[in-house]
Design a protein around this ligand. Sequence first.
Ligand code: FES
Length: 61
Amino acid sequence: MYICICNALKESTVRQAARDCAPDTHVSDFYESMGVELQCGQCMCRALDLLDEESRSCQVA
Ligand code: FES
């Protein structure tokens, strides 16, 4: 299942990045860690939910 259509990011990719990111990683840095940039933003809530599920926190601002 794709989480981010703009960047063709699958849920498995986002979950792995969430597990690998440092606590309190800024959301833009989180996307950058996957080699992409946040574009339209429609995926951000779902991506942040996955971060939460993977027990990480991320700043939205
Ligand atoms: S769907 Fe992810 S930036 Fe557009």
